[in-house]
Design a protein around this ligand. Structure first.
Ligand code: FAD
Length: 291
C-alpha cells in the first residue's frame, strides 16, 4: 500500500512545527521516527494532509539530568535510551525495559516521545512513563504546558494532545536511592510486541514494603498503574504469601480483552505470573533502610 497524498514540511524549530500544525486545520501530523506513523499511513489508517518533520529541530535529541528527573527530548531514539549512562545509573528499570523494545533498525529511528504520543497499549514506553510518574511537556502556537502521563494517556492510540500541539520532552522521575526494581515481559519472540509486561518499583524500610509502584501493559486498552494493588502492598512484609495475595488481587481487578494473540484468560494468567515474579525481584533488589 502507498499513503494518500500529503504535503511535507521540514520544521526548523518547535515554534515553526506548531505553527504548521495549527495551519493544517487539525489534519497535520508530527513525523518523528516514523516507525508507527509510516505503516499507518501506508495502510491508510491515517491520512494527514501535512507531515511536519521534526527530525532537524536542534537540541531535542538529548537526555538530561534535572533535579529529580531525567528529561528525554522529542528526538531521543530508543537506542539512545537503551544505551545512555544516565538512564542505566538513575533509572535501571527503564534500562532493563528498553532491551525488550523492537529490533535494532526500529530502535535506531523510533523515539521515546513518539511512542508515548502513539499510545499503543502493547508498547513499553507509555507504561514506563506511568510507572515513573512522567510529565509530558507540550508546545502549542500560543503556550507551553505540562501534563502528568496519567492524564495524557486516554486510551488505545489516544492521548490528550490537541491537533496543533507537539510533545517537546518527557520527564521521568528518578526513584529514590536503594529502590528495588523489576521488569518482566512475555512475548512470543524477542523484540516482538509483548503479550503482557509488568514493571515494579518498591522501597524496603524496616522489613516492610514502601512506595510500591506497579505498571502493566497488555491487559487493557492502555498502559495502567495498578493503584489498588499498590495500596494493599504498602507496609506489607515482603513474603511470597504477600506477593501471591497481591497477584491474585491484580488478576481479579483487571478485564483483559481476547484477541488474535491471546485469550482474556491467558492474559489474566500471564499478568498474575509476571507480577508475582516482578514483586519478588523488586523486593530482593531493594536496599533495607530504617525510618
Ligand atoms: P512516529 O511513527 O513518527 O509517530 C507515531 C505517532 O506519534 C504519530 O501519530 C505522530 O504524529 C505522533 N508523534 C510522534 N512524535 C510526536 C511529538 N513529539 N509530538 C506530537 N506527536 C508526535 N514499540 C514498542 O514499544 N515495543 C516494541 O516491541 C515495538 N516493536 C516494533 C516492531 C516493528 C517492526 C515496528 C515497525 C515498530 C515497533 N514498535 C515497538 C514501535 C516503535 O517503538 C515506534 O518507534 C514508536 O511506537 C513510535 O515512535 P516514532 O518516533 O517512530 O513515532
Amino acid at each position: 500500500m502507498k499513503p494518500a497524498r500529503f504535503d511535507y514540511v521540514r520544521a526548523e524549530s518547535i515554534a515553526h512545527a506548531v505553527e504548521v500544525l495549527a495551519g493544517a486545520g487539525g489534519d497535520g501530523k508530527v513525523l518523528a521516527g516514523g516507525q508507527s506513523l509510516m505503516p499507518m499511513m501506508n495502510f491508510r489508517l491515517v491520512k494527514p494532509s501535512v507531515l511536519v518533520d521534526i527530525n532537524r529541530i536542534p537540541d531535542l535529541d538529548r537526555i538530561t539530568l534535572a533535579a529529580d528527573a531525567l528529561r528525554l527530548g522529542a528526538l531521543v531514539r530508543h537506542r539512545l535510551t537503551a544505551e545512555d549512562a544516565l538512564v542505566a545509573r538513575h533509572i535501571p528499570v527503564l534500562h532493563a525495559a528498553m532491551k525488550h523494545v523492537a529490533h535494532l533498525t526500529v530502535r535506531n529511528r523510533g523515539t521515546f516521545c513518539g511512542s508515548v504520543c502513539h499510545a499503543d497499549p502493547a508498547a513499553e514506553m507509555p507504561m514506563m512513563t506511568l510507572l515513573l510518574d512522567g510529565t509530558i511537556h507540550i508546545a502549542s502556537p500560543h503556550s507551553a504546558r505540562a501534563m502528568p502521563a496519567r492524564d495524557f494517556l486516554t486510551g488505545s492510540l489516544a492521548t490528550a494532545l490537541e491537533p496543533d500541539e507537539m510533545v517537546t520532552a518527557v520527564d521521568l522521575a528518578i526513584p529514590a536511592d536503594g529502590t528495588g526494581w523489576a521488569f518482566e515481559e512475555f512475548s512470543r519472540r524477542h523484540g516482538d510486541y509483548a503479550l503482557a509486561a509488568v514493571a515494579v518499583l518498591m522501597r524496603r524500610t524496616d522489613g516492610r514494603a514502601r512506595d510500591v509502584r506497579i505498571a502493566m501493559m497488555g491487559i487493557a486498552d492502555t498502559a495502567v498503574r495498578l493503584t489498588e494493588v499498590e495500596a494493599t502492598l504498602e507496609g506489607s512484609a515482603g513474603t511470597p504469601a504477600a506477593f501471591d495475595e497481591a497477584a491474585a488481587l491484580l488478576q481479579a481487578s483487571i478485564a483483559p480483552n481476547s484477541d488474535l494473540n491471546a485469550s482474556a484468560d491467558y492474559r489474566r494468567h500471564l499478568a498474575g505470573a509476571l507480577a508475582r515474579r516482578a514483586l519478588a525481584d523488586a523486593w530482593n533488589r531493594a536496599d533495607e533502610t530504617s525510618d
